[in-house]
Design a binder for this molecule. Structure first.
Ligand code: PMP
Length: 436
């Protein structure tokens, strides 16, 4: 029988690092990644036949639980009629109508195949629409792996607000090999939740800024929420300076609430990026927003964007069925209440075991931190007890609970994580907290 270890060794011969997306390799927690054979509801199984409660849900999409019978059926029906046509279908209209109905700031939408494509295309569109080059993003927010987004702020940027120095974009550093300096000089990276820094940046660069892109509830540095003042300032400063506000809701869309984080913030972004839940686990994502901006896209406008598999019939079938199912009354309240129960239980157990520990959640997305207080920024996350997190991750894995293998990632539960599943998670956590 194949083991996780034997497959990991074999995979590394033909695949760099043995995985097709880096975080899967368990680099930040150490140990052997689990090779998965199947999943159903709240559970996932590895090739050795061990069952785990899945707290990743494919990094967000599986909000209904794995292999939901109605979603599986919809995909099977679509597959009978072939996998792809490269021509428009009625189902794509239904999908666009559903998205525009659930997220009112989206007047028009274009379907793509990954979150990276969605953000990359939204930024190109923002630049094409405004005729400007500069993009503002925040530290700790991940928006996919387009060149212009793989950038770290130059040293000194974190403190410039107090010193009121000019920001020097030539000091930016790429956060990946293969990214030209010429590309990242158009990206301004600011500290998350830092109002003074945001105001400073717009004062210096206002007329050059095409767009500000943000994860409205950051989920790529564990889970970090913004203050209401910061949210309001993003909207007013972009409007005032003629820049577009892009909500990257690839993770939060249909995950934190039916209308996304923007419905919770009471904010109308100019453009929104979607992914994950909207594809129900199939490769699909989207970007959309104000009609006048979307009208700049090819074939009617001069901003080019395209995709051989965009609006793929199988992905649309999975996504549309998922969106219909999460639209039922009370779905998000139930999901959120279940996560609250879990987090309250974890906090209690951590306290009994004497650990500094805190939690946060919005809808179906949560964060756990080995720190006394909820974090406000990437810096706060970095200061949490990473070594303890690693030990907790492995102790939980041993007990059959599969957490995200990094303290920099949020967790995701599904509607199938009901009381009895949560009870099992707490039993596992009691053991894990005592071991670490
Ligand atoms: N934006 C956000 C907020 C994300 O969380 C992700 C992926 N985790 C992306 C964009 C990129 O999506 P994908 O991995 O589908 O390219």
């Amino acid at each position: 029988m194949a083991t996780n270890q034997s497959l990991f060794e074999r995979a590394q011969i033909t695949t760099p690092g043995g995985v097709n997306s880096p975080v899967r390799a368990f680099r930040s927690v150490g140990g052997t990644p689990r090779f998965i054979s199947k999943a159903k509801g709240a559970y996932i199984w590895d090739v050795e036949g061990k069952q785990y409660i899945d707290c990743i849900g494919s990094w967000g999409p599986m909000i209904l639980g794995h292999a939901h019978p109605e979603v599986v059926k919809a995909v099977q029906v679509a597959a009978e009629n072939s996998f792809s046509y490269g021509a428009p279908t009625e189902a794509e209209i239904l999908m666009a109508e559903k998205i525009t109905q659930l997220v009112p700031s989206i007047e028009q939408v274009r379907l793509v195949s990954s979150g990276t494509e969605a953000t990359m295309s939204a930024l190109r569109l923002a630049r094409g629409f405004t005729g400007r080059d500069l993009i503002v993003k925040f530290e700790g927010c991940y928006h996919g792996h387009a060149d212009s987004l793989l950038v770290k702020a130059g040293s000194g940027l974190l403190t410039f607000a107090e010193e009121s120095e000019d920001i020097d974009l030539s000091k930016n550093a790429p956060s990946s090999g293969g990214v030209p300096q010429d590309v990242i000089k158009h990206t301004l990276v600011l500290p998350f939740n830092d109002l003074a820094a945001l105001e400073h940046a717009f004062a210096q660069f206002g007329p050059e800024i095409a767009a500000l892109i943000v994860e409205p509830i950051a989920g790529n540095m564990n889970l970090v929420q913004m203050t209401p003042e910061f949210i309001a300032a993003m909207r007013s400063l972009t409007t005032q300076h003629g820049a577009l506000l892009i909500y990257d809701e690839v993770m939060t869309g249909f995950r934190v609430a039916l209308g996304g984080a923007q419905s919770l913030h009471g904010i109308t972004p100019d453009l929104t990026c979607l992914g994950k839940v909207m594809g129900g686990g199939m490769p699909m994502a989207a970007f959309g927003g104000r009609r006048d901006i979307m009208q700049k896209l090819a074939p009617i406008g001069n901003v080019y964007q395209a995709g051989t598999l965009s609006g793929n019939p199988l992905a649309v079938a999975a996504g549309l069925t998922t969106l219909n199912l999460v639209s039922r009354e009370g779905f998000y309240t139930e999901l959120s209440n279940n996560i609250s129960k879990l987090l309250k239980g974890l906090e209690q157990l951590a306290k009994e075991a004497g650990h500094d520990f805190s939690t946060d959640h919005v809808g179906g997305m949560f964060g756990i931190y080995f720190a006394k207080e909820k974090p406000q920024s990437l810096e706060d996350i970095t200061k949490s007890d990473m070594e303890k997190f690693k030990r907790f991750f492995h102790a939980m894995l041993d007990e059959g609970v599969y957490l995200a293998p990094s303290a920099y990632e949020a967790g995701f539960l599904s509607i199938e994580h009901n009381d009895s599943v949560i009870e099992k998670m707490l039993v596992a956590a009691k053991v894990a907290f005592s071991k670490i």
